[in-house]
Design a protein around this ligand. Structure first.
Ligand code: ADP
Length: 396
C-alpha cells in the first residue's frame, strides 16, 4: 500500500486528500482556506469527524507545513517518508499535455507559460507545487491536468471558426475543463453498466458551481462544452456560458466599462446570480422559486434548456447515447435539476424513474427499465483520478 497526497491549490486555499493506493481509500482530507490572513481556516476530517482551527497562515508554504506536521502529530503518518507521491490538479494544460506527467523543470516552465490562459488557477497551482517540492524534496510530484481528457477531441470539434492565425499564433481553441471528473464518472458508469467503456456512448453532466458537459465515445472525449476558458458552454452559478460576443462591446459602450470589467461580470455576476439577482447557489434558487420568485425559476430554466440543447447536439454527434451521468454539487443533489433536464429530452426516449431519482450523493440508476437511454447519478471523485495517475507515474 502506498500513501498518495492529492492536492488542489487555489489562490488562497489548499485542498488535500491523503489516499491509500491502490485500495483507493481516503485516509484523511482537509483544506486550508483564507491563506495570507491572520485568521485563516484549517479543517481536517479524520474518521468522518471535522476539526477546524483558526490560525495565521502567511502563505502556501506555511499551509503545507501545517498540514504535514499535523498529519504526523495526529499519528496519521509516522514520518514524511510515508508519503510516496504528490499529485497536483492543474486546471490548464493547453495543447501541451494529453496525459498526467511527472513534474520537472520543463513541466513547471510549461505550466507557467500557460498562466495566460488560466490567470486565476495556474499561478496558484505553481505556488502549491513549489511549496510541496520544498517540503518533500525527495518525493515525486505529478501534474494531473483538467484539460488532458479533452485532448482527444478532433480539430473540427475544438477549433473556433475565427482567423486561423489566432490558433497558430496564440493557441485560440477549445481546451475544456473538469476532465478528471468527466473521465472518472464515465468509467464508473461503464462499471455500473457492466460493459467495457469502449462499447459505450456517454454524456457526462458535471453540474457544480462551474458546470460542463462532455460527449464520450468509446472512453474518449469527442466534444465538451467549456472552451478556451471555463466561460463557454452552459450558464453556471456566476458564469453566463455562451453569449453573442457583441454583447461585450455593446455593454462597454453603454455602461462605460472596459472589456475586462464586462468579462468579469460575465464570469462572476452572471448565470444563476445574474438572472435571479438572488444567489449563485441552486439551493437558494430552488427555495425562492417554490416561494414564487419568477426570476429564480427563469435562471434555472435557462440552464436546463441549454443543458438539453447540448445533450441533443451530442446525441447527433455521438450517433446516439447509451448513458447520461449527472455529477457534482447540483447533479448529485438536486432531484429537480435531474428531473427537469430529463423531461426536456424525453423525445430521445428517456424515461425517468421518479422514485429512484429521490436520491442524493450516491451512485444510482434513475431511469425506468424501459428507458432507451439510461441515466445515472454518480458522485464524482477527482482525487481518485489524481491518486491513480500519481501512483502509476511514480511506479514507472
Ligand atoms: P464547485 O466545485 O464548482 O464549486 P460544487 O460541485 O460544490 O461546485 O457544486 C456547488 C453547487 O451544488 C451549488 O450550486 C449548490 O447549490 C449545489 N448543491 C449542493 N448541495 C445541494 C443540494 N442539497 N441541493 C441542491 N443543490 C446543491
Amino acid at each position: 500500500m502506498k500513501k498518495i497526497m492529492a492536492v488542489n491549490a487555489g489562490s488562497s486555499s489548499l485542498k488535500f486528500q491523503l489516499l491509500a493506493m491502490p485500495e483507493e481509500i481516503t485516509i484523511t482530507e482537509g483544506i486550508v482556506e483564507r491563506i495570507g490572513l491572520q485568521d485563516a481556516y484549517y479543517t481536517i476530517v479524520i474518521n468522518g469527524d471535522k476539526e477546524k482551527q483558526v490560525l495565521p497562515v502567511k502563505d502556501h508554504a506555511v499551509a503545507v507545513d501545517i498540514v504535514l506536521n499535523d498529519l504526523i502529530n495526529k499519528g496519521i503518518i509516522k514520518s514524511l517518508e510515508e508519503i510516496s507521491g504528490v499529485g497536483h490538479r492543474i486546471v490548464q494544460g493547453g495543447g501541451s499535455f494529453d496525459k498526467s506527467v511527472l513534474i520537472d523543470e520543463d513541466v513547471v516552465a510549461e505550466i507557467t507559460r500557460l498562466c495566460d490562459l488560466a490567470p486565476l488557477h495556474n499561478p496558484a497551482h505553481l505556488i502549491g507545487i513549489k511549496a510541496f517540492r520544498e517540503a518533500l524534496p525527495n518525493v515525486k510530484q505529478v501534474a494531473v491536468f483538467d484539460t488532458a481528457f479533452h485532448q482527444t477531441m478532433s480539430k473540427e470539434a475544438y477549433m473556433y471558426a475565427v482567423p486561423y492565425e489566432w490558433y497558430e499564433k496564440y493557441g485560440i481553441r477549445k481546451y475544456g475543463a473538469h476532465g478528471t471528473s468527466h473521465q472518472y464518472v464515465a468509467l464508473e458508469a461503464a462499471k455500473l453498466e457492466g460493459k467495457p467503456i469502449e462499447d459505450l456512448k456517454i454524456v457526462t453532466l458535471h453540474l457544480g458551481n462551474g458546470a460542463s458537459i462532455s460527449a464520450i465515445k468509446g472512453g474518449k472525449c469527442i466534444d465538451t462544452s467549456m472552451g478556451l476558458t471555463p466561460l463557454e458552454g452552459i450558464p453556471m452559478g456566476t458564469r453566463s456560458g455562451n453569449i453573442d460576443p457583441t454583447v461585450v462591446e455593446y455593454i462597454c459602450n453603454k455602461e462605460n466599462l472596459s472589456v475586462s470589467e464586462v468579462l468579469d461580470a460575465l464570469n462572476k455576476k452572471s448565470g444563476y446570480l445574474g438572472v435571479s439577482g438572488v444567489s449563485n447557489d441552486s439551493r437558494d434558487l430552488e427555495k425562492c422559486m417554490y416561494e414564487g420568485n419568477e426570476r429564480c425559476k427563469l435562471a434555472l430554466d435557462i440552464q436546463y434548456k441549454r443543458i438539453a440543447d447540448y445533450i441533443g447536439s451530442y446525441y447527433v454527434y455521438l450517433g446516439g447515447i447509451d448513458v447520461i451521468v449527472f455529477t457534482a454539487g447540483i447533479g448529485e443533489n438536486s432531484e429537480r435539476c435531474r428531473s427537469e433536464v430529463l423531461r426536456r429530452i424525453s423525445v430521445l426516449g428517456v424515461e425517468l424513474d421518479e422514485e429512484a431519482n429521490k436520491v442524493r450523493g450516491k451512485a444510482q440508476l434513475i431511469t425506468k427499465p424501459t428507458s432507451k437511454i439510461r441515466a445515472y447519478l454518480i458522485p464524482t471523485n477527482e482525487e481518485i483520478v489524481i491518486a491513480r495517475d500519481t501512483l502509476k507515474l511514480i511506479s514507472q
